[in-house]
Design a protein around this ligand. Structure first.
Ligand SMILES: [Zn+2]
Length: 300
């Protein structure tokens, strides 16, 4: 097994600021729950990752983003994911939920308004087990699902009705009318670089829908850090090293803008996504009402 390399992230991965403070420090002497997490979820593959201690989580003083200062290299992360199991398998959904279908219907209507194309193409980037790809396909999109983990993409529902690939290069020169990036960026060491790569597959007026867990809202919950890094049952929102990034509404906006995206401000969005639009407006000042969904387009 290759030796793990430690990568250091001194700047905010969202806004690039150097100004940060440590908000959580888990030292090797309190590594009990880290080892429990390794044993129960990852088949013990993180048992020897003591060199990553202390588990320092930084908070950006500029955009309130959270991130791990020390991170395992890419091949160690892949090894971790390949060993990962779902802790509560009873709760695994087999079909897209009502909310997923509604979201993809709304996105389809917005895209149709821009392109008048009967079969607009959607790229589901980081498609996991394919539930969102199914919801998009059912609502009229021609769907390509990209999931880098071959294990994850074949452990879920059938991929009939849409194209599934584990290799981004397979997409060639293809451009899409819409991209769905659902709960993906929090797993990545360099989310801005990934968003820039996604832009290569977008048409000029493409819509890019991004969602991430709302750490800005969740960390206001009393006891948020008490069950870090693991409570024995549930994955923490900053679980090492599955969630490398903790986004706020502000930090997600910063990351999107640095990647070359602009939030869509068209009147259509207010009509189709009224709750989202209102929360984006007031979430700037009232964190518990903020949203970490963004509907963006390539900046002109
Ligand atoms: Zn920042």
């Amino acid at each position: 097994m290759a030796e793990m390399k430690i990568l250091i992230f001194g700047q905010c991965p969202a806004c690039n600021s150097y100004e940060s403070e440590i908000v959580e420090r888990n030292t090797e002497s309190d590594s009990h729950w880290f080892l429990e997490l390794s044993k129960r979820k990852y088949n013990g593959c993180m048992n020897d990752w003591q060199s990553l201690f202390p588990l320092d989580i930084h908070h950006c003083l500029s955009c309130s983003h959270l991130w791990y200062y020390r991170q395992p290299d890419q091949s160690s992360l892949v090894q971790m994911y390949n060993n990962g199991i779902v802790l509560n398998p009873v709760k695994i959904a087999k079909r897209p939920s009502w909310r997923m279908r509604k979201e993809m219907k709304t996105l389809y209507e917005l895209v149709k308004h821009r392109y008048q194309d009967n079969k607009p193409r959607l790229l589901d980037f980081g498609s996991g087990r394919g539930l969102w790809a199914h919801a998009a396909q059912e609502n009229g999109f021609e769907v390509t699902a990209y999931e880098p983990s071959a294990i994850r993409s074949t452990s879920g529902i059938r991929s009939d009705g849409f194209r599934l690939t584990n290799c981004l290069e397979d997409l060639g020169e293809q451009k899409f009318h819409a991209v769905n990036i659902e709960q993906v960026l929090e797993h990545l060491p360099q989310p801005v670089e990934t968003l820039k790569a996604v832009l290569d597959y977008c048409l000029d007026k493409a819509l890019i829908r991004i969602t991430v867990p709302n750490i800005g809202r969740e960390k206001t919950r009393p006891g948020f850090w008490n069950d870090f890094p693991f409570d024995g049952q549930h994955i923490h929102l900053m679980s090492p090293f599955e969630h490398l990034q903790g986004f706020t509404q502000n930090s997600l906006g910063c990351a999107a803008r640095r990647a070359g995206l602009s939030p869509v401000r068209h009147i259509d969005l207010w009509l189709k996504y009224p709750a989202y639009s209102i929360r984006r407006l007031i979430g700037r000042t009232i964190t518990r009402l903020s949203t970490t969904m963004i509907i963006a387009e390539p900046r002109k």
